[in-house]
Write a protein that binds this ligand. Structure first.
Ligand code: CP
Length: 303
């Protein structure tokens, strides 16, 4: 496979290989010299049609730590604004002898479409409300690091499941590794047939948190909504937001995750996000090693 388009296209062995490779790169990152010369002959374009902080910087750092040549493209400052198509844009970039494209795009399936039409390795860095595979990989990797294993763990994903690519990729990744997965949120923010994904559904946050070992708190994706959804932000926070009182009232100590960006005081309060039970910044740290692993493994298919 020369692309990473979604977790849907991976199996459990692929995930274990990525994790074992990431273990090695995590050791590299912790050395005084954080670089390896592995990809000195590879050029990678990071093309982002949507805003990003973590994913874009993490991919760029991962590529540089593998010694690849890197170019960054932001649609907002490009000739896309003059009407150039996605395929023309990417083929022009590839004609500069680029080997791999990391793409974030607002349209679901954009990476799959691109992989069919251009001659390069494509990595999906988030396609609309569809998939965000490297986020799900770094999330599972962080659970493995914190709890020793993903298999058998109870993981609840809380929030706007309907518009979340993080939720879908996490559901696929966690299930492949044998975790038990529930989603929790207002019915208006759950996909209609979410049960068909093989997940449990819980609309009572306290019950969901008392069931889980890990809670992955998502933000409301207002940018993907044409209309305002019920509930209001204040109602959402009252019913689905986590705060210190709630965390301390639970029957056991759970692990708190969030993919970022956080809306502090909406889905999670600062005293939870910054608490000892939170692994939010570990997730970000692990993102670099996971992306090094993904790029390294894909590059071995094109070299
Ligand atoms: N988690 C995540 O994808 O963050 P960014 O949108 O900042 O990349």
């Amino acid at each position: 496979v020369k692309h990473l388009l979604g977790i849907k296209y991976l199996n459990e062995k692929d995930i274990q290989l990525i994790f074992e490779t990431a273990d090695h790169f995590k050791e590299v990152i912790n050395r005084a010299i954080k670089k390896v010369p592995s990809l000195r002959d590879i050029t990678i374009a990071n093309i982002f049609f949507e805003n990003s902080t973590r994913t874009r910087l993490s991919f760029e750092l991962a590529e540089k730590r593998l010694s690849a040549d890197v170019i960054n493209f932001s649609a907002a400052q490009s000739s896309v604004k003059k009407g150039e198509t996605l395929i023309d844009t990417v083929n022009n970039i590839l004609s500069m002898k680029v080997d791999m494209v990391v793409m974030r795009h607002p349209n679901p399936g954009a990476g799959i479409f691109l992989a069919k039409h251009v001659n390069a390795s494509i990595v999906n860095a988030g396609d609309g409300a569809h998939e965000h595979p490297t986020q799900a990989l770094l999330d599972s990797y962080s659970i493995r690091e914190k709890l020793g294993d993903v298999a058998g763990k109870n993981v609840v994903i809380v929030g706007d499941i309907l518009h979340s690519r993080v939720a879908l990729s996490n559901i696929f990744a966690l299930q492949l590794q044998g975790a038990n997965v529930k989603v929790c949120g207002p019915r208006t923010l759950l996909p209609k047939h979410v049960e068909s994904l093989g997940v449990g559904v819980e609309t009572d946050l306290v019950k969901a948190l008392n069931w889980c070992d890990v809670a992955n708190m998502l933000r409301i994706q207002n940018e993907r909504m044409d209309i305002s959804y019920f509930p209001t932000t204040r109602e959402y926070t009252q019913q689905f937001g986590i705060n210190k009182n709630l965390l301390e009232s639970l029957e056991k100590e759970i692990v708190i995750m969030h993919p970022g960006p956080i809306n502090r005081g909406v889905e999670i309060t600062s005293d939870v996000a910054d608490s000892g039970q939170s692994i939010i910044l570990d997730q970000v740290e692990n993102g670099v090693a996971i992306r090094m692993a993904v790029i390294y493994l894909l590059a071995s298919k094109i070299k």
